[in-house]
Ligand binder design. Structure first.
Ligand code: SAH
Length: 329
């Protein structure tokens, strides 16, 4: 019964859908072939290596060990926190949620591979379809991402709830401060960057990144917290993150793209992983221009007006959305 139902449904598939299914089947087949080839090559390498060892020859570390060593080589972390604000679950289509989750995986991978990773990656407001999607991916692989924290609560818990639980060191008290918040403002900022990641955050050390702010981010500082809006919206919502930043009383700033790539329009909206990639590259190089070009392919800036330098006239809409091809997981 079920079979015949399925059959009749497939008969009704449009030509386009049939073509798509065929293409997917072909891709899947190629993937299986590729995997089999890779497996055979690995096996061959293993045998050759064993032969060399048996013959008393010197061998280098195997590939897996080399990869692990590369990931674990001595790192110089940057003592700042990046928050991925996932509080926009209801603003995205299912497809956009899928893209966003790939971008999050990409963010994690960029940080893990960097010689100067951000010390803390915090994902806040994890709920709804974003949570379901992450649970499905790689058997909830996100739970095994090293050095990440996941909250179902919003990022304001950084200063609201933690502050409630927080008590100053023995004998210090709250001094002359009229409230705990006032006390925190004066005291927490003076702590070393490492320490300030472990205690409640004062709001004036938090920056929400958004292309809609008129403020420009000049540099990243240890001890500060940078929020990236975890949303893939194909530019439907203007000022979404800017309004949120204002409502939560934190600063907002845009990346200084315009300064280096002035032929672009005033608003340049990047994807989550592009923004994160730029931040990491800046930490590594302290050079914005280099960081932009290492993350956004140059051709993206030349999409319009092929064969000549683009001018402002090429971007009358005042918005350039630089959506990336979906990153591989
Ligand atoms: N409509 C959303 C745009 C989502 S783009 C909004 O209101 O911001 C995903 C996130 O990347 C943004 O929330 C922002 O944190 C970051 N971002 C994108 N382009 C940026 C830019 N030019 N400067 C700073 N942050 C940017």
């Amino acid at each position: 019964m079920i079979l015949s139902e399925d059959h009749s449904e497939s008969l009704e598939l449009s030509k386009k859908a049939q073509k798509r299914m065929l293409k997917m089947a072909r891709l899947e087949e190629r993937k299986i072939e590729r995997r089999a080839k890779e497996k055979a090559t690995r096996k061959e390498k293993k045998i050759k290596r064993a032969e060399k060892i048996a013959a008393g020859e010197q061998v280098s570390e195997n590939e897996g060990a080399q990869k692990r060593a590369k990931l674990n080589r001595v790192k110089e972390p940057f003592a700042a926190r990046v928050v991925l604000d996932l509080g926009f679950d209801d603003k995205m289509s299912d497809k956009e949620i899928i893209s966003l989750c790939s971008q999050l995986a990409y963010v994690y991978s960029i940080n893990r591979r960097s010689p100067n990773p951000f010390r803390s990656l915090l994902f806040t407001s994890l709920n709804g379809r974003t949570l379901s999607r992450l649970e499905k991916l790689n058997q909830a692989g996100y739970k095994r991402w090293v050095g990440t924290e996941w909250w179902s609560e919003g990022y304001d818990r950084l200063w609201v709830q933690t502050l409630e639980e927080f008590t100053p060191r023995d004998g210090e008290g709250f001094g002359d401060a009229t409230s705990k918040e006032d006390w925190a403002k004066d005291n927490i900022v003076e702590k070393s960057p490492e320490e300030s990641l472990a205690v409640p955050v004062s709001q004036n050390r938090v920056v929400y990144l958004t292309a809609d702010s008129s403020e420009i981010l000049e540099e990243l500082r240890e001890g500060e917290t940078y929020i990236i809006g975890g949303i893939c919206d194909h530019n439907r919502y203007k000022n979404l993150c800017l309004d949120k930043a204002r409502a939560s009383g934190v600063r907002a700033a845009q990346l200084p793209i315009g300064r280096y790539l002035s032929h672009l329009s005033t608003r340049k909206v990047l994807t989550v992983n592009q923004v994160f990639g730029i931040l990491v590259k800046w930490v590594e190089t302290r050079d914005w221009e280099l960081s932009f070009y290492s993350v956004i392919p140059k051709r993206k800036f030349q999409d319009r007006g092929r064969g000549r330098e683009p001018t402002d006239m090429d971007f009358p809409a005042k918005t350039t959305v630089m959506e990336e091809e979906e990153p591989a997981l």
